[in-house]
Design a protein around this ligand. Structure first.
Ligand code: RUQ
Ligand code: CUA
Length: 666
């Protein structure tokens, strides 16, 4: 990554601290002695206050230099993910995941995207799903720290999960998870990337037909906690070695993995433990909104996944739709599932970096409820129960496990952490970030333990937030980004659908300070993770010659220059084509109506950035072939015509000449 970011950061900080700094090139820039001076004239031109100019310097990444952090952002129902540099907040890339992307040839008649997208649609769906609601990204971890290998993201809408390889930033696998319809809880990755977890959101009927009357909600509907095994070589999800735990038909919400002190456990919040179903078509029925807030408490689900692993190994599972399932009664009998009461309708559950504190955000309660894991474990071991739920799941005694309730403000949703024992919780209703101190096990045993120390208003209506590596065992504590749902008035009007607003917050000063508004005009991100750029050590700039990106192995269809050919076997027309600046070889495809065309394109270049496109007008084909990559396209030639195929990526001076003909004789 070079040393650009460090130099630019140091320059910016030095300027703020000392007023004068010698920049990387040796030129002097400075403020007046009071810090009130102009920054090289620009401050005046842009009409900036000194504070604004200082903020600009902190976020400025000079041309050619790199950002020290990467954000991986979900894109909501755009089905994509965004890669954003921090602190510049520059958009570096969009990664298509659940939806098509013509730039990258993802899902346009090419194997790269189509195979992944189609494999990720359940068999009973007549059409592949071409959209998803990307929700909670989860980076792979080693010993609780991001390791820069893989990235997972769930589809909240369709209960699926995708895996992205951070060698080439491409989606490699989509799995439609059996027995859940929608998903929300997770994804989280366990500390050594043993599993990625995802649980259902709204429960679904566990009946053979997939239908059940809402009158039988309690009997027939179920939730599930899914533990999907990660293949340690490829990062792919190994469904044969995955399992689910059957859960009561509550709405399981956010979830997080235990770490260090709480390693081996997973935690899921819930709401609608009332099992309200909405009006269910009844004139006097109650809305779900009203029915799901009746109880004072819902249940924090506490899952011992190491115990669950043992139960699976002992064969105490049934198989449902191809998935090993630990039944609810087995989970109770084996003592791998416990509940703790949590104030009604909470939202986020976040485990602090030491793994000691489980922080539950109240949503309808102005507090964060902090549970001490050591107490939770002791209560489990001593069977310190205050009762059971309607399904027989033991409920731990609240007073025995609750460590503190910290008053934060209205509408707490999600919490992230820094390296100094502070927690940062988003307040949706107050549209603010609350900074608060954790307790003794996070280094705060003085008067500030479990108290709010600062509130920072943000614009507008924050959902999630992220701090640098803020959900690992080792947060960096430098930056916070508020993921604001509304951006009203923050940007010039661009029509009736507004961008979202990511606000970059500096955590290094004595107070939290907003440095930058960053419009997100390509999706509706829910959650992001922020990783130090120097952890992304495996990123490729070109593929090895002839690589199949699905496996990173040499493709059986790869060719070298000189091996191009056209082979006809009856109606099957195989074309082995090389691609380089600025021609296709061969540039002529002799087809007939009724042929099956199998195109095998090899980009024989090894120059970084020498990507070529391959588009066939009116045949809905658009491929992107990166240097070294092999792309296969299967096409039924069902229409006669002369089709001018062309390179869609501006690759060279003679890019416009990079053309050929697909001839389909009547
Ligand atoms: S959730 S804004 Cu779907 Cu991540 Cu809390
Ligand atoms: Cu190749 Cu344009």
């Amino acid at each position: 990554m070079g040393n650009g970011p460090q130099v630019s950061r140091r320059a910016a900080l030095g300027m703020l601290a000392g007023g004068v700094v010698v920049g990387a090139a040796g030129a002097r820039v400075g403020f007046g002695a009071s810090g009130e001076g102009d920054v090289g004239g620009t401050q005046g031109d842009l009409n900036l206050t000194t504070e604004e100019a200082q903020a600009a310097l902190k976020t400025y990444v000079p041309p050619g230099k790199y950002d020290p952090y990467f954000i991986f952002a979900s894109g909501g129902h755009s089905g994509q993910m965004g890669v954003i540099g921090v602190p510049s907040m520059r958009l570096l890339k969009i990664i298509p995941v659940f939806s098509r992307d013509s730039w990258q040839g993802y899902g346009f008649g090419t194997d790269a995207g189509n195979v992944v997208l189609e494999a990720g649609s359940a068999d009973d769906k007549s059409d592949p799903l071409y959209w998803g609601d990307t929700h909670h990204p989860a980076l792979s971890e080693t010993e609780g720290d991001y390791d820069g290998r893989w990235l997972y993201i769930n589809d909240r809408a369709n209960g699926r999960i995708a895996m992205i390889d951070l060698r080439d930033f491409k989606t490699k696998q989509i799995v439609d998870i059996p027995n859940i319809q929608t998903s929300h809880g997770g994804c989280f990755v366990t500390p050594n990337s043993e599993y990625v977890h995802i649980s259902s959101m709204t429960p679904s009927p566990w009946t053979d037909s997939g239908y059940a009357s809402l009158d039988r909600y309690k009997e027939d509907f179920r939730g599930a906690s899914s533990w999907l095994k990660i293949d340690q070589q490829t990062g792919h999800l190994d469904m044969a070695n995955s399992f689910q735990i059957e859960l009561p038909p509550y709405t399981q919400d956010l979830a997080d993995a235990g770490k260090l002190t709480s390693f081996g456990f997973g935690f899921i919040n819930s709401y609608n433990t009332e099992m309200a179903t909405g009006t269910a078509g009844k004139a006097d029925g109650q809305t779900l909104e009203a029915g799901s807030v009746a109880n004072d408490f819902d249940f924090l689900h506490i899952i011992d996944w190491q115990k669950a692993e043992q139960v699976v190994a002992d064969g105490k599972t049934t198989v449902r739709n191809g998935m090993k399932v630990i039944g609810l009664q087995t989970a109770i009998d084996e003592k791998l599932l416990h509940f703790a009461p949590e104030p009604r309708n909470p939202h986020g559950i976040d485990v602090n970096p030491t793994g000691d504190y489980l922080c539950v955000s109240g949503k309808l309660d102005p507090h964060a409820s902090v549970y001490d894991f050591t107490k939770v474990k002791a209560a489990i071991d001593s069977e310190d129960y205050q009762g059971t739920d309607p399904f027989g799941v033991p409920i731990l005694t609240l007073e025995s496990v609750l460590e503190a309730q910290v008053e934060l403000g209205q509408g707490p949703l999600h919490t992230q952490f820094d390296d100094k024992g502070y927690a940062y919780t988003s307040l949706f209703v107050d549209t603010a970030v609350a900074k608060w101190a954790l307790g003794p096990k996070a280094g705060h045993d003085g008067a500030d333990a479990f108290t709010r120390v600062e509130t920072l208003p943000v614009q507008n209506n924050i959902g999630h937030l992220v701090t640098a590596e803020g959900d690992t065992v080792n947060p960096n504590g430098q930056w916070l980004v508020a993921l604001n749902k509304w951006s009203i008035d923050r940007f010039p009007p661009v029509g009736t659908l507004h961008p979202q607003n990511f606000q970059l917050v500096d955590l290094t000063g004595s107070n939290m300070k907003i440095l930058l508004d960053s419009p997100i005009g390509w999706g509706e991100p829910h959650y992001v993770q922020m990783i130090s750029a120097d952890k992304l050590t495996n990123v490729m700039q070109v593929y090895e010659p002839g690589t199949d990106p699905a496996t990173f192995a040499t493709s059986e269809f790869a060719i070298e220059a000189g091996e191009e050919r056209v082979e006809r076997k009856g109606k099957d027309l195989h074309v082995y084509m090389s691609v380089l600046r600025s021609h296709y070889t061969p540039d002529f495809i002799p087809g007939k109506v009724g042929d099956k065309l199998h195109l095998h394109l090899t980009n024989v270049e090894q120059t970084p950035d020498a990507t070529h496109g391959f588009a066939i007008p009116q045949y809905n084909v658009e491929a992107s072939i990166d240097p070294g990559e092999v792309v296969n396209i299967d096409l039924d030639l069902n229409r006669a015509g002369s089709f001018a195929m062309y390179c869609s990526e501006f690759c060279s001076a003679l890019h416009l000449e990079m053309q050929g003909w697909l001839q389909v004789q009547p």
